[in-house]
Ligand binder design. Sequence first.
Ligand code: ATP
Length: 255
Amino acid sequence: MTDPVIRVVNVRKQFGDIVAVDNIRFDVPLGSTTALLGGNGAGKTTTLSMLLGLLLPTSGEITIFGVNMLRDRYRVLSRMNFSSPYVDLPRRLTVYENLNVYARIYGLPDVKVRLRKLSEELNLDEFMNRPYGHLSAGQKTRVALAKALLNKPELLLLDEPTASLDPDTADYVRGMLERYKARTGATILLASHNMSEVERLCDDVIMLRAGNIVDRGMPSALLKRYGRQNMEEVFIDIARERRIELGLDSRKVTK
Ligand code: ATP
């Protein structure tokens, strides 16, 4: 078996009295698309921020591509990227200028060609020369995804990648992520509140509640275990602690 792309061991993050992430432990295998799910405040963004090195864990170890992120993260940052609705780009720079700056930070060989390709793929043409700060929320999400794909990352960390997108654009973006993954074999870890997105894209689900991992499995296995028809229902079961024991008739689940 190949080594996992991400290994999280006993990671905890405390903000004063608040335990945002409570000694979690998980691996993300090479080539998987794994969902990090949980209700508001469950610890998803905090976990992703620690994986990126934007936040330091209070304790625990994070290894990505075999590299200890707390010691040597600069060795692997060029192999990964992220998008998040919570991280803004400079607002006065145009979309093109923003992407151009990031492309140069990543040391891309042919910036113009790469930006043209991403602009086509994410339909950025109409606002490429507008200041980033003037864009709508959905347009910003598309720019964040373009930024995330600039360096053709082997590992993509996506915090709500289709937040604020209309259903048609969200569907298009999901298709684009599927094609990117099929083409490159990239590993993806994504936080999402959209359960149909999770069923479509993800082969593995990690469920967080109050900073703890409370369940994990393939969407099909979770549907079976909870006796549910879709991930929306499974999510509600887990978020509301209506856990059932393995093997129990799902009709016995109390409402
Ligand atoms: P959502 O679905 O609402 O985005 P989330 O699962 O991403 O939620 P986090 O943003 O990781 O949740 O927050 C986890 C917990 O940590 C919450 O209780 C939150 O209030 C707290 N928290 C996050 N960042 C900070 C901070 N900088 N200072 C204090 N508390 C924080």
